[in-house]
Design a protein around this ligand. Structure first.
Ligand code: FES
Length: 158
């Protein structure tokens, strides 16, 4: 995952990437925002500004689009992202308990974000949790706690 700062080198790199991948057309707004989100794992303010400038649209319009989609985050995420599926199959399989466990774990650290996510399309093996992009299935409280505790060494190294 790339990082971005306000320095001109990063701005130039992003500008070049936008120029090479996206025509300056309004219909390129969402593809460009998705590109930036994939690149940084969130939408930094400076990147939204760069996209708006590139596509030549008002910044408010770019922000409006960016804030309309719940899958796009505007804040830099923590080191670890735990997504607990709260779709119907997972709810029936007690995903709310897993969500409580994950939220409790996140309260003890400052490097874990916990989110609810709709169906991960793994309903047959519910309940499911996605940790840093890796789905785990057939989870119970013990398995989830063990998995979350394995995140600690990575967190403690910083
Ligand atoms: S409801 Fe959780 S994977 Fe489908």
């Amino acid at each position: 995952m790339d990082t971005i700062s306000n320095n001109s080198q990063n701005s130039d790199e992003l500008k070049k990437a936008l120029e090479s991948h996206f025509p300056r057309e309004h219909n390129q707004l969402m593809p460009a925002l998705h590109y930036v989100h994939h690149k940084y794992n969130y939408l930094p303010e400076t990147a939204i500004e760069a996209v708006a400038r590139h596509i030549k649209m008002p910044l408010s319009e770019a922000y409006g689009a960016a804030t309309s989609y719940s899958e796009m985050r505007l804040q830099k995420p923590s080191e670890h992202i735990v997504k607990v599926c709260t779709g119907l199959s997972c709810k029936i399989a007690n995903s709310n308990d897993l969500l409580d466990i994950a939220l409790g774990f996140a309260c003890k650290t400052d490097n874990v974000d916990v989110e609810e996510t709709p169906c991960g399309f793994l309903c047959a093996v519910a309940p499911t949790v996605c940790i840093d992009g890796q789905w785990s299935s057939n989870l119970d409280a013990i398995k989830l706690k063990k998995t979350l505790n394995n995140l600690r060494p990575r967190i403690d190294q910083h």
